[in-house]
Design a protein around this ligand. Sequence first.
Ligand SMILES: NC(=O)c1ccc[n+]([C@@H]2O[C@H](COP(=O)([O-])OP(=O)(O)OC[C@H]3O[C@@H](n4cnc5c(N)ncnc54)[C@H](OP(=O)(O)O)[C@@H]3O)[C@@H](O)[C@H]2O)c1
Length: 337
Amino acid sequence: MTGVLVMGAGAVGCFVGGLTQLAGVPVHFVGRPRVLGALRKHGLRVTDQDGLDRHIPPLQLRLHEEPPAGLKPDLVLLCVKSGATAAAATELGLTLPEGTPVVSLQNGIANTPQARALAPQLHWHAGMVPFNIAELAPGHYHRGTGGALAAQGGAADVALAAWQTALAGVGMKLKLHADLAPVQWGKLLMNLNNPVNALSGRPLRDELLERGYRRVLAALQEEALDLLDAAQRPVAQLSPLPPRRVLKLLRLPTPLFRLIASRMLRIDAKARSSMADDLAMGRTTEIDALCGEVVRLAHSLHRSAPLNACMQALVEDWPRRRRAYTPTELLAAMGLG
Ligand SMILES: NC(=O)c1ccc[n+]([C@@H]2O[C@H](COP(=O)([O-])OP(=O)(O)OC[C@H]3O[C@@H](n4cnc5c(N)ncnc54)[C@H](OP(=O)(O)O)[C@@H]3O)[C@@H](O)[C@H]2O)c1
């Protein structure tokens, strides 16, 4: 590959872009001054829970505040949050040659169709990042959980296949799927923990060890699964148990859960959902791309999704509350007490 462009150098962009560069592919990072400044000063360090620890010195990083004119990357990785998709897709559409392949490595379902509608001359692929990445220090990005990247495509998608081969060289798997929608919905179900985690004010591991929070998560997932069944949309199994069995697991008393869910609990002690950081820093969250997507699915079936709607409202109300919910408070606020 002659070059990859990362649009949105943040947690996902820096980690996945960093791995891509470590695999020998020239990578251009487009980001905000805060992140670019840190990368210019410290370089880019990528670490993971399996002992990876690599550093790219500042002089080897190609950093830009906007997509450079005239660049013809083999592949673009769209790594902005959902609220920034429209602006980023428009910028890419104005700069890149027609037909450039772009993979959205974003959560949610609607980002790729939204981007495609704004820049139809580019070749859009949905993608999925299964693991959690946190910025541990300026320029230092850490993968705290496991799993393989996924994208919609096949062997005929030359750039994706080349990226797949490059990533394999640094131990990162990329699975290509003819239809990524079941995988995206499977990930969305798991991401329904993001608002629960954010409102709990606790690291992911501590939150999952509280049965009250797990009951809220199970209720959100069950509501979404019932709607997906009604819409006859298949959901991929992304964890060792099928999604309906996960509900049972989540509702177990904590001592049993701790025993059986040891794999689910294999999370860095400090890892949090990025929505927790968004709330802490007063940034727009991706709640509309998660619970909001379940509510839209319900409406498309002329049904409602009261629990996901309630969770969306609680997250949107955070600026007025700014105090974490205990498990009992969250159950009560959701009408599950
Ligand atoms: N972090 C994770 O663990 C994780 C895991 C799986 C999937 N995801 C998904 O991946 C996506 C990205 O998440 P993230 O955590 O990497 O977000 P992030 O850390 O906020 O990174 C995105 C970066 O892109 C910047 N940006 C936005 N629009 C831009 C533009 N037009 N030009 C240049 N830079 C721009 C943002 O700046 P501003 O903040 O100023 O907009 C931010 O610095 C989300 O959909 C998320 O749900 C995240």
